[in-house]
Design a protein around this ligand. Structure first.
Ligand SMILES: Cc1cc2nc3c(=O)[nH]c(=O)nc-3n(C[C@H](O)[C@H](O)[C@H](O)COP(=O)(O)OP(=O)(O)OC[C@H]3O[C@@H](n4cnc5c(N)ncnc54)[C@H](O)[C@@H]3O)c2cc1C
Length: 575
């Protein structure tokens, strides 16, 4: 027998990141649950060159650290991360890295995030899930399965052996194999069309040293001092560093096992896949577009651990949760885009909904209303968030617009999704229904702003300038800290309504700033963000008694770097 039993409460098909974590979450909530996890790859899996999906952001840091209790492993065996850093550029080839715009935190933020060595992390998860009481069968395949509300069956194979087991719940965590999605014909395409190639090198690239080692000619002492002063603790290398131009970004992600993960993600309208789909082609393309990175990789070529690629990675699904006791989690369901590292955030959400449904059902509660609500909320967020990436890749070649978009996207993440998830309310159906109006206002505003960034880029293609925006400044930090505060329902509802007002003010500041750069003297307080268009007079009421001037001033300070690069700094760095 491959399995110890013939009947389980839950069978998880696929024991990668989402499968192992959903099993752990269910067992932590309801330890007596019988869980079988079936994983094709034998454990231990290799470190470093295992899977892509190494960078986490706040929601995932909270999910893995607090919800699943993995903080000890994250602190001792993975790398604490120093945020997301962007270096957008207009020109090709771009200015030397030290003289490009930089948007990235000057220091660590309180809610910890990590760079995950996926092999190391999944090996640890395999051990934890077994210790929690799951039967983890690795080196085994899900051969076939049948879904039937009165009892599902799953056939597991290893070499010539077969076992068929009964399951009350089947969770599909098979990643892009998407076992249930394919069987039930739930595939749904999305308009967002980008591709990725990536590799791992066992010899680290130290981001803080890249400009000294690879810029040609090397930067002088003034430029070097300026570059170092932006991140005084010398921890830039711990970030997910993004080198960007029109239609693409290249990532550098350090791993605790000592390797570096490097990838290129691109809109094929700007970077045809055929130009980068082999190591030699990628290096040739980088030489022309990101020369410092190209040289750093070429020097370490002997330490290459893998080279992989994926076309058209975004995908959707018609349904992910069913009252008929099946669920899809992780990439077996939906995937948006790797920019901003939302993959693990979505795993946290889909796993949490799955755990809610499974444990309620096993405890004899009804889920026939909750399952469709969970499905609507989860897929609704996925669809509304897609606009964050769809058609936005060209903006990566416009430093000012990109900086504005990053500020908008980061603040929006803290103000809406982040606070709802970290306070546990995103998977509280009744609470979510009670704040539907705030969510709808955020959604409408986000759609408008994503379109506005394209309009701004059309009106002004931007300039290369070594400005610096620090998303760890006081206002960013203040909002970040609200993610950690315990808060009751009533207070959270009030906070969400205040957050909508804050988001509207942020939109006003960004719109007025863009208009002023184009020569129109526009006051933020006069702008109605849902209707304002560049080149037009704002049709706000011009009420000078506007009572949020102070908020607008604070937001204006926080994003000031976008518009006002210091003359002295520019002079020093353009040498
Ligand atoms: C280019 C790119 C970059 C990304 N970067 C990030 C990032 O920085 N941060 C982030 O959070 N996310 C990122 N992601 C997303 C991230 O990769 C996914 O969210 C994550 O890997 C999904 O985990 P999963 O467990 O759903 O799927 P997987 O990790 O693929 O696991 C699925 C498992 O199912 C197993 N399996 C499949 N079929 C069977 C079968 N028949 N029987 C048994 N087992 C089976 C497989 O062996 C595998 O282990 C990125 C994605 C892409 C495409």
């Amino acid at each position: 027998m491959i399995t110890d039993r013939t009947k389980y409460d839950v069978v998880v098909m696929g024991g990668g990141l989402s499968g192992l974590t959903v099993a752990l979450q269910i067992l932590q909530r309801r330890p007596q649950t019988s869980v079988l996890v079936v994983e094709r790859q034998a454990h231990p899996v290799p470190e470093a060159a295992h899977k892509v999906g190494e960078s986490t952001v706040e929601m995932a840091g909270h999910y893995y650290g607090e919800v699943l209790g993995l903080r000890d492993h994250l602190e001792s065996a993975e790398l604490r991360k120093m945020g997301l850093r962007y270096y957008p550029a207009v020109q090709t080839p771009p200015p030397p890295l030290s003289r490009r715009a930089e948007i990235g935190p000057g220091d660590f933020l309180p809610l910890k995030t990590y760079q995950l060595d996926r092999g190391r992390f999944e090996n640890e998860l395999g051990e934890r899930v077994t210790a929690a009481g799951a039967e983890f069968r690795h080196g085994c395949r899900v051969q076939s399965f049948d879904l039937d509300r009165s009892g599902h069956t799953v056939t597991v194979s290893r070499d010539d052996e077969r076992s068929t087991v009964d399951a009350r719940w089947v969770i599909d965590a098979s990643g892009r194999r998407a076992l249930i999605k394919r069987k039930l014909g739930l595939e749904e395409s999305v308009g967002h069309d980008c591709n990725a190639v990536w590799l791992r090198l066992s010899e680290m690239i130290w981001m803080d040293r890249l400009i000294e080692e690879e810029e040609d000619p090397p930067p002088d002492d003034t430029v070097l001092a300026e570059w170092r002063a932006r991140v005084p603790n010398g921890q830039r290398w711990r970030a997910t560093n993004h080198l960007m131009g029109r239609g693409y970004w290249a990532w550098l992600i350090p791993l605790a096992s000592g390797s570096i993960s490097v990838g290129l993600v691109a809109d094929p309208r700007c970077v045809p896949f055929e130009e980068v789909n082999s190591l030699d082609k990628l290096l040739g393309w980088l030489e022309a577009n990101e020369p410092e990175l190209a040289r750093a990789i070429a020097k370490r070529r002997d330490s290459l651990q893998d080279f992989r690629m994926l076309k058209h990675y975004a995908h959707s699904c018609k349904q992910v949760f069913s009252a008929d006791r099946w669920a899809l989690t992780g990439e077996a369901g939906v995937f948006t885009d790797p920019l901003y590292s939302p993959g693990s955030d979505f795993i946290g959400i889909s796993n949490s909904w799955t755990t809610e449904l499974v444990t309620r059902d096993l405890d004899g509660m009804r889920i026939d209303e909750l399952a469709p609500l969970a499905d609507t909320l989860y897929l609704g967020s996925f669809k509304s968030l897609l606009g964050t990436w769809e058609d936005q890749y060209p903006l990566m070649g416009n430093p000012q617009v990109w900086a504005g978009k990053v500020c908008w996207d980061v603040f929006g993440y803290y103000l809406a999704f982040g606070v709802l998830f970290c306070t546990g309310r995103l998977i509280d159906g009744a609470f979510m229904e009670s704040v539907a109006e705030h969510v709808a206002r955020f959604t409408a505003l986000n759609q408008r702003m994503q379109a506005f960034f394209r309009e701004w880029d059309d009106a002004d293609r931007g300039t290369d300038s070594p400005f610096f925006v620090d998303p760890a400044g006081p206002l960013f930090r203040e909002l970040h800290e609200t993610l950690l505060e315990p808060i009751d329902d009533e207070r959270l509802r009030t906070r969400l309504s205040e957050n909508v007002l804050f988001a509207e003010d942020l939109a006003r500041v960004l719109m007025a700033g863009a208009a002023r750069q184009l020569g129109d003297a526009v006051e933020p307080a006069d702008i109605d963000p849902l209707v304002f268009r560049l080149g037009q007079r704002p049709d706000g009421d011009g009420d000078r008694g506007y009572d949020r001037e102070e908020v607008i001033d604070r937001i204006s300070d926080a994003v000031a770097g976008i518009w006002r690069p210091s003359r002295e700094r520019s002079a020093a760095m353009s040498a």
